[in-house]
Design a protein. Structure first.
Length: 196
């Protein structure tokens, strides 16, 4: 590993940390290249070198936190044996993650990140493949054994994560949902939607 590589990784991490802090303090409108360079001390040229653009920073930040969320979901599945407990664990892990990381979750669920994910869906999915593969394998295993409904994987993902994403967005934006109550009641409802 060349000495430049660790420095480059540290610079990129510094930019992403500052970008999230700016987003948390000033929202989407405050997340500009100027704000990032001022807060991080990293030059505009260096930001372009590492990320290509402001959108590149937003995509990288979304990818970083999506990776952390997927790691949490994968960890939740490793702690359970049966399909029902697994679905419950996925829902609870997602909601716990959102509750523990509201600034990152707000960014991940923002219109801007949604737009970027839609535009770069294949690239993002490819970058997260190592984290997504165990989740897909877990779903397939339980489908083959008859413990989960035999539905296409995108439909399963939507049935499991769609309601949770909706709850997270509402909690983050409006705040009229008791997220702890949702963590107690929603897992069984999601289970009923994917059980055989």
């Amino acid at each position: 590993m060349s000495p430049k590589q660790p420095r480059g990784e540290a610079t990129a991490a510094q930019v992403l940390d500052c970008a999230l802090d700016i987003y948390a303090a000033h929202g989407e409108a405050g997340l500009t290249l100027g704000a990032i360079t001022s807060a991080s001390g990293v030059s505009t040229g260096s930001i372009y070198h590492h990320f290509g653009s402001l959108n590149g920073v937003v995509i990288a930040l979304g990818q970083l936190w999506l990776g952390r969320l997927l790691d949490e979901l994968g960890g939740a599945l490793r702690e359970v044996d049966d399909a029902r407990s697994g679905i419950h664990a996925l829902v609870r892990a997602y909601l716990r993650f959102v509750q523990a990381n509201p600034d990152a979750a707000r960014l991940m669920h923002s219109v801007t990140v949604d737009r970027e994910i839609t535009t770069h869906a294949q690239q993002i999915r490819g970058a997260q493949e190592a984290r997504l593969a165990p989740l897909a394998a877990w779903l397939h295993h339980h489908q083959r054994s008859g413990r989960l409904a035999t539905l296409p994987l995108p439909v399963m993902e939507s049935l499991i994560l769609g309601p949770v994403t909706g709850i997270a967005r509402r909690w983050l934006s409006v705040g009229d949902i008791d997220i702890e109550e949702a963590a107690r009641t929603v897992p069984e409802r999601v289970w009923l939607s994917v059980s055989p």
